[in-house]
Design a protein around this ligand. Structure first.
Ligand code: ADP
Ligand code: MG
Length: 875
């Protein structure tokens, strides 16, 4: 029985699994009521017995959750799922293949880690999955008296706090990040919605921590717009000469100014130092040269509706709505003489890497992590542990077929689809982008075969999931881009539960809106039988339920998951499911005889991991299946990264155009090219991470200070300490200077403290350093007390509000300016230090100085502003 446990790495779980199942046998006998009390029992144990660790109660807790899962869904967890749960609890990545039941696995450690009252977040890649999984968790955890929260884009701001307070909260990665940034821009403490960052389980962890980690999350606002800067930079750029005034590096897409070029720019602009961090010019100049040399119309961008539209360099896909950042987009607009759009200003930003490193405990699960093991460990300190499939995988991954040209490749793919369609075997075709999926769709239209086309548009998510669940039905052809339908597994013969849900939804919609759309008669032979059953639904009751629920699409699943409210749908649903179960099972067997799901890849992706994701759609839970990649030498990946080896090889093999070849040497070259791409993207992410680490520690410092102020009821101490530190800083400079400057500095301090009218700097300068310091400290307090008394008499309590307001306002303002400076710094640091130091070291040093300057500036302005505040009462 424990065969897989003989397998060495998993052997160590044997004892725990035994313990869990022993508890399980006992708990199975519990009444619902007794089961429900388990949570309180565990919580009390953890509270009262100090020496008890969460670890020691794991077996009973997991057994309890296993029983709740059985009562809610009828499914009994496999031992391998229990192991997956333990792996997650111990802060690792569990690699479990698609369809192995990870959704349920996550519930085990989530439940366990919620018992000490801290928050558990289960993070998903999209709203659809967050909602789907939270409904399932709710259904299960209601047996255990555990509250499940949900945050998606539609959840309004004022509900979020309450959702975050639940024991376990399902949330998407982007909402999590944006809430974090927003919380740290809050003006009142009660605006903060997030509780703590204790334990996160990331589903599809590779997608979130690797694919999405390439671009940071940004909250931005519009800035004022400096048209003349762009114009002037463009003029300067066009007067500069390539190879003389600057050099172009095509591979890294960067520009270096030569000494001559720098001098020329400085002269034209009449400035001393082009690279001074306070001078904005360098960014504009470099962008203008980039626009001139590196960004070419109809290759890097197209002009559509009088707008610059980016073309993805890799996929050739048009990136609708995306813009180049840091002023490059505007530089190109100026070059093309079209209306220049306002630049966005970053108000706050964070990368996913640093967002998730906020958690005390982190773990994740996915079907494909092993290939990126190294990165997970280096950046997140997460180990990847492979969990074998419950049943051995029977999928056959056939050797790649490589065609000379893309044309013949697509022809072959279309022919393959036709053949499969004829025999009824379902196939899933993966494409790297929308255009290609549409190209294939057109070819299939010509062949007159029906198909479902899925591309990753967020608005189609729920429909997509529906199509994917049915992609394993007979004769079905599904064309899908990489992202589409993620998180949903393909069940051969169809999913009876989903089919039942779909037909009920359709029926209700039709009846309530008296739409005349005909029901899909082809669904199956049992149609008439089912139609009869549908009539039992109590439509009157439903009408009310639907009116109070705006999201009609999910009404059925919502009603079904509500176990407290037996309604007419439940019985009808169960009946229909039974009918479908029989027909789906029959269909499944037919498909298995044909070889199971056939996955066709049409291009190698930018990492093997994504190819594996696609293959992994087939061969679910021990089913038979096949996968094969159809490639061509014109594929982007090989064109850009393959070099000439591959082409030469093909020429040598001297094969005519429409004959594909299967060759080991070729396959090896293809693998090598793919690995080059993998490491290329890894480097980008690593670099982003290294740079972000610098700003991250600064961000932590600022956010901590901000939180402290936000929570504080008595901010006077903070103001006074800002004042004292400002005095110290200025006196340090004072000490190092000659007499005239010394007097100047003292004058400045007196002005800052607003006491320049009654203290003479000359006199003050006669005192010794220590006395000056204490004198100024004292004056600061007196000055402040007077200000406080003055304001207090006008409006009691106002001073505390003012303090908070100025502190937050100045911190935010300075921080935003700082981010902008840091962006600038990053942009050109590589060039200034060209050939000298490691740019990241120089970046760190400069960043530190900028940060210290910012802090000093914040303190000074806050003191200055508050000591000068007056109440103006409008009458
Ligand atoms: P994954 O996220 O690993 O791809 P899912 O959580 O979506 O997989 O589950 C895939 C399917 O397997 C679901 O239909 C689920 O109901 C089913 N499943 C999960 N666990 C079990 C189990 N122990 N026994 C039978 N079916 C299960
Ligand atoms: Mg999943």
């Amino acid at each position: 029985m424990f065969n897989f446990l003989l397998n060495k790495p998993l052997g160590k779980y044997k004892n725990v699994i035994k313990k869990i199942n022993t508890f399980y046998k006992i708990i199975e006998e519990y009444s619902d009521e007794k089961l429900n009390k388990q949570t309180t029992k565990f919580k009390l144990i953890l509270q009262n017995e100090k020496n008890i660790s969460i670890e020691s109660i794991l077996p009973e807790v997991f057994a309890t959750a296993k029983e709740a899962i059985k009562r809610a869904t009828g499914l009994v967890l496999f031992d391998l799922q229990l192991i997956g749960g333990i792996i997650l609890h111990q802060n690792n990545i569990a690699e479990m293949k698609t369809g192995e039941g990870k959704t349920l696995v996550a519930i085990l450690p989530a439940y366990l880690n919620s018992l000490n009252g801290k928050s558990v977040h289960i993070v998903t890649v999209n709203d659809y999955l967050a909602k789907r999984d939270s409904l399932l968790a709710q259904k299960i955890l209601s047996y255990l008296n555990v509250k499940v929260g949900l945050i998606t884009q539609d959840v309004e701001y004022h509900y979020r706090k309450q959702e975050y307070k639940c024991n376990i909260t399902y949330i998407t990665n982007s909402e999590l990040g944006f809430d974090y940034l927003r919380d740290n821009m809050a003006i009142h403490q009660n605006e903060i919605v997030q509780k703590d960052f204790y334990y996160a389980i990331i589903d599809e962890v590779d997608s979130i921590l690797i694919d999405e980690a390439r671009t940071p999350l940004i909250i931005s606002g519009k800035t004022e717009f400096k048209h003349s800067f762009y114009e002037e930079s463009k003029d300067i750029a066009s007067s500069l000469i390539n190879q003389e005034d600057y050099e172009v590096d095509e591979k890294s897409r960067n520009i270096t100014l030569t000494e001559k070029g720098i001098t020329l720019c400085e002269k034209k602009l009449e400035i001393k130092n082009l690279y001074d961090a306070n001078s904005p010019w360098i960014k504009y100049i470099l962008n203008a040269i980039k626009a001139k040399e590196l960004f070419i119309k109809n290759r890097d961008y197209i002009i559509k509706n009088n707008e610059i539209t980016i073309v993805d360099e890799f996929t050739g896909r048009i990136l609708e709505g995306r813009r180049w950042s840091e002023g490059l987009h505007q530089a190109i607009e100026i070059k093309e003489n079209i209306q220049v759009t306002a630049e966005n200003k970053t108000l706050a930003s964070i990368t996913y890497q640093n967002l998730f490193l906020l958690y005390k405990k982190l773990c994740g699960m996915t079907g494909t992590a092993k290939t990126e093991e190294n990165e997970f460990f280096k950046i997140y300190k997460l180990n990847v542990i492979e969990v074998p499939t419950n049943k051995p995988c029977k999928r056959k991954d056939l050797a790649d077929l490589v065609f000379q040209s893309e044309y013949y490749k697509w022809q072959a793919v279309a022919d393959e689809c036709l053949d499969m369609y004829k025999i009824g075997r379902p196939s899933l075709v993966g494409t790297t982008n929308i255009e290609k999926s549409e190209l294939l769709a057109k070819m299939l239209d010509k062949l007159n075969i029906p198909y479902n086309l899925l591309n990753a548009k967020p608005e189609n998510l729920s429909r997509e999931a529906e199509i994917i669940t049915q992609a394993g039905r007979k004769h079905s052809i599904t064309i899908s881009t990489n992202m589409a339908g993620r998180g949903t597994d393909i069940i051969l013969g169809g999913n009876p539960y989903k089919l039942a849900e779909i037909i009920i939804n359709k029926y209700i919609k039709q009846q309530l809106t008296s739409e005349n759309s005909t029901m899909n008669k082809s669904i199956n032979d049992d149609f008439f039988h089912i139609k009869h059953i549908l009539k039992k639904i109590n439509l009157k009751g439903l009408k009310i339920a639907i009116q109070s629920n705006t999201n009609r699409e999910s009404i059925v699943s919502t009603m079904l998951s509500d176990k407290t409210q037996k309604n007419s749908i439940t019985d009808v649903y169960n009946n229909i499911v039974e009918i479908y179960k029989i027909s789906c099972e029959k269909e499944k067997n037919e498909i298995l005889n044909l070889g199971g799901l056939y996955v066709i890849g049409t291009e190698r992706h930018e990492s093997r991991r994504i190819d594996n994701q696609l293959r992994g759609r087939s061969g679910r839970q021990g089913d038979k299946g096949t996968s094969r990649f159809f490639l061509s030498l014109q594929d982007n990946l090989f064109r850009i990264f393959g070099g000439s080896t591959i082409e030469n090889l093909m020429k040598k093999l001297n094969i005519n155009d429409n004959t594909p070849i299967e060759s080991t040497i070729l396959s090896q070259s293809l693998n090598a090219a793919q690995k080059k791409v993998e490491s290329y993207f890894y480097d980008i992410r690593k670099k982003l991470f290294e740079y972000d680490e610098v700003i991250n520690s600064q961000r932590q410092a600022i956010y901590t200070e901000r939180r402290k102020i936000l929570k504080s009821i008595y901010t006077k101490d903070c103001i006074i300490s800002y004042g004292e530190e400002t005095i110290n800083e200025m006196l340090t400079i004072y000490e190092k200077n000659n007499k005239t400057t010394k007097i100047q500095i003292l004058t400045q301090i007196l002005q800052l403290l607003s006491i320049n009218n009654h203290v003479n700097p000359q006199e003050l300068n006669k005192m010794n350093y220590k006395d000056i310091k204490y004198f100024l400290y004292e004056q600061l307090r007196i000055s402040y007390d007077l200000k406080e008394a003055y304001l207090e008499q006008l409006r009691p309590g106002l001073i505390r509000q003012l303090e908070k307001y100025y502190l937050l306002q100045q911190i935010d303002k300075a921080w935003q300016e700082h981010i902008e400076k840091m962006n600038l710094l990053k942009e050109y640091i590589g060039w200034r230090s060209y050939g000298q130091q490691d740019p990241i070291i120089e970046y760190k040093n400069e960043a530190f100085t900028l940060f210290i300057n910012m802090i000093t500036y914040i303190r000074q302005t806050v003191i200055y502003l508050i000591l000068r505040s007056r109440l103006i009462i409008n009458t």
